[in-house]
Design a protein around this ligand. Structure first.
Ligand code: CA
Length: 761
């Protein structure tokens, strides 16, 4: 500091600016109630009458002078300490604690370290609020030093008065007191004798910035300050305020307003961004429109705007793949999707497949289009079809269809009608390849064992369903001469067996022949005993003759030709009992046949003439001639003398049963038995009588009468031819009577014969 110069110049400084304390002059003048000390061109004054609190003191100074002193250097302090009277309460000076900082109130400048002049251990702010500063004037110790004191303390006001005009140098410079005058040392920014001219800065004409200037000294002149503010949405680059400096330069470059930036936006995935930037890329006023690629839809705002706050309106939009309806696997199928952008969204592709046995109907894949729809129709899994099965001939088909007629999983069971057996698998299943397990079965007629023609026979079969199978019927026949033993036909049944038993052709046999009684049989056989073709020759034992065929042949009908022959005993002529005899035959083989023996016998009174026993020989002849019964003869009688003998000879003259009646001539009487019978003994019943005189006519009359009566009775009873026959007989009998009659011819052999015949009747 140029203190020395200041002193010499005896000028004074009106401290307004920072530099206003450099040049000092010293003078002390006591004026009235006020004591002043003049230093240079300014003077110091103090209140010699009253003490004032600091504020009052300053008010005092400002009222009557300029202000409380602003001590700037030690010379000044020494001067004051030397010049001013002692006052026990000392003097207030123009330093005060403002906001905790010791400040020169006149200049409102902070007390610098260099300028400090505190007494020892001061400022101590002893009881607080020692915010004002006093100067020890003429204090025994620490004289001229400062002490902080409560502002309410009452002390002398130490004032100063500037020599310059109250508002010197247009108030734009320091008034430098000079002897008797002053000169202006213009503050920077001012020039001219009275600093009336102001430094000019370039006129500011910023663009896009709101400017609010204050021009204390003229438009865009020194100390013009321009405050800049950007419109909403713009950010200022540069200082807020420009001041026009004494150098004619502005304190800084003119600020600019740039639109507030928003974060750079980028197009959303799968989308596009179309921005119009009003004030700059992605800055306030920019609007960005969003769009999405085909297949994507915007989620969020379609456009965003960069706001004044540097943020975008709305949230970030996204391009989301357009959704298609969620697909599900078809029944019996599977779904295999690949999602490019999200589940079931644009470009998702879903492949469909079906479980084994099912075939896909419809598209194999579907794709989600940009329209949110799927390509193609919904596919279905349809059971793979197998060829339709039909029941086999003679069979039945019973199917259960799991998924549809004759489709995968269908099972068909074949069965056959009775008598047929299935050839092939019974159960067929439709496989996943659309084929059936196994080949189509057939119903084959159940086979019966092959039949063969019987020996000597033939087989004639009709096969309805196959050789020797169910329904086949075989008829059996045999060669001629053979007969079928067993069924004529057999049928193959459903059980594979033939009805009936195996037939055989058995040679036809005829009934067993046996030799006839008394005969023999001699057969020649063709095949077997009494079989067809056999011939049997019959013969008879001696004495027998074959009645019937000599040979018989067994015919194909099992019968013998001819009738059964018999051996008939050879017949001998029939024998009859001789007159007056009896025949007693024993017939061994038949009446009067070979072996028959007949015994002849004669009635009493007769005697057999010939062999008694006769046998019928093999020659058909009797042994011996037929014997006769000859009445036993009685001795021939002779008429008595004088009498007559009238005999009736039944069997012959004077034989058995001959009666002889004796009569005597008239006048003579018989003496003895009138009648004699020839007895079986060959003797007469009596002795022949003799005629003696008397009685003979009477016997004659009796005889005539009895003959006439017998004829009359016969005529009454009989009639017609019988009558005639009888009449004939009777006439015969009459003849016999006549024979009996002694008058008839006697002893004729012919008569005897007739009589013998009658006896046989
Ligand atoms: Ca103090």
């Amino acid at each position: 500091m140029g203190t020395a110069a200041g002193l010499q110049s005896a000028g004074r400084t009106w401290a307004l600016g920072s530099r206003g304390i450099c040049y000092l002059g010293i003078a002390a003048i006591a004026w009235g109630a006020v004591t002043w000390v003049e230093v240079g061109a300014w003077t110091y004054h103090y209140s010699d009458r009253g003490d004032y609190a600091w504020e009052q003191a300053r008010n005092y100074c400002q009222t009557f002078f300029t202000d409380l002193v602003a001590i700037q250097n030690k010379q000044e302090i020494e001067y004051l300490n030397r010049s001013l009277p002692f006052h026990k309460r000392y003097y207030w000076i123009g330093i005060r604690k403002l906001h905790g900082i010791w400040t020169w109130v006149g200049t409102r400048k902070a007390l610098t370290k260099e300028a400090e002049n505190w007494a020892a251990r001061e400022p101590n702010n002893r009881r607080s609020n020692q915010d004002c500063v006093e100067i020890y004037i003429k204090r025994p110790q620490e004289s001229g030093k400062w002490n902080d004191e409560p502002c309410s303390q009452k002390k002398k006001a130490l004032c100063y008065r500037a020599s310059c005009q109250p508002f010197p140098c247009s108030q734009r410079g320091e008034c430098v007191e000079t002897i008797g005058s002053y000169r202006c040392e213009c503050y920077p920014g001012f020039h001219g004798p009275e600093c009336e001219d102001v430094v000019q800065c370039a006129k500011l004409e910023p663009k896009g910035v709101r400017m609010n200037c204050s021009h204390p000294y003229g438009d865009f002149s020194y100390n013009s300050t321009c405050v800049f503010r950007c419109q909403e949405g713009f950010e200022q680059r540069g200082v807020d305020m420009l001041r026009c400096l004494p150098s004619q330069q502005w304190s800084a470059d003119t600020p600019t307003c740039t639109a507030i930036s928003c974060p750079v936006l980028s197009a959303p995935d799968r989308g596009e961004l179309n921005c119009s930037h009003l004030h700059g890329d992605f800055a306030f006023g920019s609007t960005c429109a969003f769009s999405c690629q085909t297949g994507f839809a915007l989620t969020g705002p379609e456009s965003r705007e960069c706001t004044a706050a540097g943020t975008w309106t709305g949230d970030s939009p996204r391009c989301e793949a357009i959704s298609c309806p969620v697909l599900s696997a078809p029944d019996r199928g599977e779904l295999n999707c690949s999602h490019l952008h999200g589940d079931f969204t644009f470009r998702s592709t879903c492949a469909f497949s079906c479980q084994t046995g099912f075939a896909l109907t419809g598209p194999e894949t579907r794709e989600c289009t940009a329209a949110g729809t799927w390509t193609g129709d919904t596919p279905r899994c349809e059971a793979i079809t197998c060829p339709v099965l039909r029941a086999p001939d003679r069979g039945e088909l019973n199917c259960s269809h799991l998924h549809g007629d004759f489709t995968f999983g269908s099972t068909c069971v074949f069965s056959c009608q009775t008598g047929f057996v299935l050839t092939g698998l019974e159960s067929h299943e439709c496989t996943a390849t659309g084929t059936w397990t196994g080949d189509a079965p057939r119903c084959k007629a159940i086979a019966c064992p092959v039949l063969n023609a019987p020996d000597q026979g033939e087989l004639n079969c009709s096969h309805l369903h196959g050789d020797f199978a169910f329904g086949s019927t075989c008829a059996f026949s045999c060669q001629t001469g053979f007969v079928l033993m067993g069924p004529e036909s057999r049928e193959c049944t459903a059980t594979g067996t033939w009805t009936g038993d195996t037939p055989q052709c058995k040679a036809i046999t005829c009934p067993v022949l046996s030799a006839p009684d008394q005969g023999e049989l001699n057969c020649s056989y063709l095949h077997g005993d009494f079989a067809f073709g056999s011939t049997c020759t019959f013969s008879c034992q001696t004495g027998f003759v074959l009645m019937g065929p000599e040979t018989r042949e067994c015919t194909a009908t099992g019968t013998w030709t001819g009738d059964a022959p018999r051996c008939k005993a050879i017949a001998c002529p029939m024998l009859s009992a001789p007159s007056w005899g009896e025949l007693n035959c024993s017939h061994l083989h038949g009446n009067f046949a070979f072996g028959s023996t007949c015994d002849f016998s004669c009635q009493t009174g007769f005697v057999l003439m010939g062999l008694k026993s006769h046998e019928c020989t093999a020659m058909g002849t009797w042994t011996g001639d037929t014997p006769q019964c000859k009445a036993i003869s009685c001795p021939v009688l002779d008429p008595p003398s004088r009498g007559q003998l009238s005999c009736s000879h039944v069997h012959g003259n004077f034989t058995y049963n001959s009666t002889c009646t004796f009569s005597c001539e008239e006048g003579f009487l018989r003496m003895g038995a009138e009648m004699l019978w020839c007895e079986a003994t060959g003797n007469w019943t009596r002795h022949a009588p003799v005629c003696e005189e008397d009685g003979a006519p009477f016997l004659k009359q009796v005889l005539a009468y009895s003959s006439g009566t017998a004829l009359a009775l016969a005529v009454i009873v009989l009639s017609g031819t019988l009558i005639a026959l009888l009449a004939k007989r009777l006439s015969n009998r009459e003849e016999k009577k006549k024979l009996l009659n002694p008058t008839s011819d006697l002893g004729s052999p012919g008569i005897f014969t007739n009589a013998a015949y009658d006896a046989n009747l």
